[in-house]
Design a protein around this ligand. Structure first.
Ligand SMILES: [Zn+2]
Length: 303
């Protein structure tokens, strides 16, 4: 258990036994408790141990706040709600329909993960419509005894929202502020199908307008150097997007280009970090999928 502020903590979900890949946030206060991005079902046991360690029972948890519906953030939600039907799930309205009926989401994830799907993520159960609260951004929501500002922050996913707790200064930004392990490289995760560079830059501005003292990243943990981190992230997004654009003009299939992209990126990263760190970044954001998300963006832009 790691404390962000009074009543705000995060736990390392130890994704497949590996630390520093996925974090979930626990909120507790007079109004009960809440979880922000509970993670995948394959990590549910670790989440429950974390709740126990914080003295939280599921009966206390009234809300789950989702930054977006990707499996690594939202996967366990339906399984939790099935066992604890009093829990309300707050999610962007565009993501809400995928939570109610995950079949299309599962289809697109299966294209990426194939027969590894269940092993990696476990079950993705639907959430009954009556448990879902649709967000659009701009509202304020009460959960876990505090009030969060909600902002619509697309770029990584078209249904991404971020939450800000002004009392602690912590912004819960999901993947909008990228992946960053041990204050290292700020990696923009760019899986298909929603990547949009312009929207992403606007979302980063939106987050900065809160003047947060801390960014809480799902991958991985709190970042205190908010300004420098976000500028590095935007710079790295431009660089990797440029790399993908160059590759699109090279011969070969997308699969070959994706492999080349991953290889170049890996080589580049090895100059700046240890092999173990490179491996953790690969788990948090598989490099091959990074290419397909960017390729899709450039092709859409070209019309
Ligand atoms: Zn993620």
């Amino acid at each position: 258990m790691n404390t962000l502020s009074h009543g705000l903590s995060w736990i390392d979900l130890q994704f497949h036994g590996r630390g520093q890949v996925i974090a979930a946030v626990l909120v507790q206060g007079h109004g009960g408790a809440a979880v922000i991005d509970p993670g995948p079902t394959s990590c549910l046991e670790t989440l429950e141990l974390g709740l126990q360690a914080s003295g939280i029972r599921w009966a206390d948890v009234r809300h789950i706040l989702l930054t977006h519906v990707h499996l690594d953030h939202a996967g366990a939600t339906g399984t939790i709600v099935r066992a604890h039907p009093h829990v309300r799930v707050l999610v962007h309205e565009r993501g809400a329909r995928h939570m109610a009926d995950p079949s299309r989401l599962m289809e697109s994830a299966t294209r990426i993960y194939g027969d590894q799907m269940n092993h990696f993520w476990g079950e993705f159960a639907p959430v009954p419509i009556d448990n879902l609260v649709g967000l659009t951004g701009g509202e304020r929501v009460d959960a876990g005894g505090r009030t969060f500002d909600v902002a619509y922050t697309p770029g990584h996913a078209s249904h991404h929202v971020s939450f800000f707790d002004s009392s602690s200064g912590v912004a819960f930004v999901g993947d909008t502020a990228g992946v960053c392990i041990d204050e290292g490289y700020a990696l923009p995760p760019t899986p298909p199908p929603d990547i949009d560079l312009e929207l992403w830059a606007a979302s980063v501005e939106r987050i900065l307008s809160w003047s947060p003292s801390t960014l809480m990243l799902t991958h991985f943990g709190p970042v205190m150097r908010v300004g420098p981190h976000l500028s590095a992230l935007m710079e790295n997004l431009q660089t990797t997007a440029g790399m993908a654009r160059t590759l699109l003009n090279e011969p070969g299939t997308d699969e070959e280009r994706g492999a080349r992209f991953a290889e170049r990126f890996r080589r580049e990263r090895r100059q700046h970090m240890t092999e173990a760190q490179v491996a953790t970044y690969i788990v948090a954001a598989a490099y091959e999928h990074q290419f397909s998300g960017l390729a899709r963006y450039w092709r859409k832009k070209a019309g």
